[in-house]
Write a protein that binds this ligand. Structure first.
Ligand SMILES: NC(=O)c1ccc[n+]([C@@H]2O[C@H](COP(=O)([O-])OP(=O)(O)OC[C@H]3O[C@@H](n4cnc5c(N)ncnc54)[C@H](OP(=O)(O)O)[C@@H]3O)[C@@H](O)[C@H]2O)c1
Length: 342
């Protein structure tokens, strides 16, 4: 298998490379494709240094499988070049997620019909991913009717530039901590990476505004949940917030089911779901810090809403760079390769 990573120097691309190192089916070093900016930059792979190559100027002949993580515009520009050369493209951007001809896949949930070589497979949005992982076993057991999700999303979800902007704002804010006013919005000198200062703040806006008053990140959760669960009329609402957390997204979920929910059974089906760990005790939940660097999605605070036997409240945390992006893409690749060789 000859692999390529488009966007190898990005936060997600670097995790993809780390994960490919661990896969037996990757028998030769991946092609590391980047923009002109990072051409020649060395990245480590199995003890060697691989040089990044300018994507537009590098031949992709012989590539069997490409992981794309360079943004939607680049995906749209480059996908056909790879698929027409017979490669699978696993795309991490928004470019193809809602294309009816492209499967939107979480391997633990809906990897039944993966396409042959020469096709694109889309990786869901990071928040959708962890919410779907938590709700899939509950949907099987009780029938999902509706859900409301509030996300608390880390800065790594917005890429390397967003992390640098938080770092810079913190540097400016810290000297003010012992003043009378504390940090103020004057410390946002990072050039509009966020719609408001992120340091010491929480921002209820991610992505472009939509006609209905929501923002693009919220629309992604709504539309992608419906596609992944094959429930086009599922009632989903989302409030997505950006918080000054370095890595890993948290989400609070209120889910309504067709059938009455038994809490013990809910915990049991969550415990049986591959890729999910569930905590029963009130203090057993994970936080963003506890989920970072981990592969699983961590569910906790599972409880029935007062006065309702069909409404479950839960908290789910996952590493947005791993299960929310790179790991899921590599797990899709695992399935493609296994299906191809069997
Ligand atoms: N971060 C997350 O948690 C997350 C989760 C799910 C999905 N995603 C999606 O994953 C993608 C990457 O996210 P990220 O957070 O890793 O972003 P990032 O840190 O900003 O990295 C972007 C990558 O894209 C490359 N790139 C930009 N323009 C390019 C071009 N014209 N040709 C080739 N490569 C180009 C950059 O290479 P240079 O070094 O050359 O600039 C860099 O490697 C985005 O589509 C994002 O929406 C991210």
């Amino acid at each position: 298998m000859r692999t390529a990573i488009l966007g190898a120097t990005g936060l997600v691309g670097r995790v993809m490379l780390e994960l490919l190192e661990t896969r037996d089916w990757v028998d030769e070093p991946p092609l590391l494709l980047v923009s002109e900016r990072s051409e020649g930059k060395p990245l480590p792979f199995r003890g060697e240094e691989l040089a990044c190559l300018h994507s537009a100027e590098t031949s992709i002949e012989g590539v069997d499988l490409a992981l794309f993580s360079a943004g939607a515009k680049v995906s749209l520009e480059q996908a056909a070049r790879f698929t027409s050369a017979g490669a699978w493209v696993v795309d991490n951007s928004t470019a193809f997620r809602m294309d009816p001809d492209v499967p939107l896949v979480i391997p633990e949930i809906n990897a039944d019909n993966l396409p042959p070589r020469g096709h694109v497979i889309a990786n869901p949005n990071c928040s959708t991913m962890q919410v779907a992982m938590a709700l899939a076993p509950l949907h099987k057991a009780f029938g999902l009717k509706a859900c409301h999700v509030t996300t608390l999303q880390s800065v790594s979800g917005a890429g390397g530039i967003a992390r640098s902007a938080l770092e810079e704002q913190l540097r400016l804010c810290l000297p003010r901590l012992h003043g009378t006013t504390g940090p103020s919005q004057e410390d946002d000198t990072t050039g509009g990476v966020y719609p408001r200062q992120i340091a010491f703040n929480a921002i209820p806006e991610i992505g472009a505004p939509m006609d209905d008053g929501s923002f693009a990140e919220e629309a992604k959760v709504v539309n992608e949940m419906r596609k992944i669960f094959a429930l086009p009329d599922l009632a989903v609402t989302c409030l997505a917030t950006r918080v000054p957390v370095w890595n890993s997204h948290s989400a609070s979920i209120r889910a309504v089911f067709e059938r009455p929910v038994d809490r013990e059974k809910a915990l049991a089906v969550l415990a049986d779901m591959p890729g999910v760990q569930v905590a029963d005790s009130p203090h057993g939940y994970r936080t963003a810090l506890g989920a970072s660097g981990e592969d699983d999605c961590f569910v906790g605070r599972v409880r029935l809403e007062e006065g309702r036997d069909d409404v479950l409240l839960l908290w789910v945390v996952a590493d947005n760079l791993r299960k929310g992006a790179a790991l899921n893409a590599v797990q899709i690749a695992d399935r493609l390769v296994a299906g191809h060789s069997s």
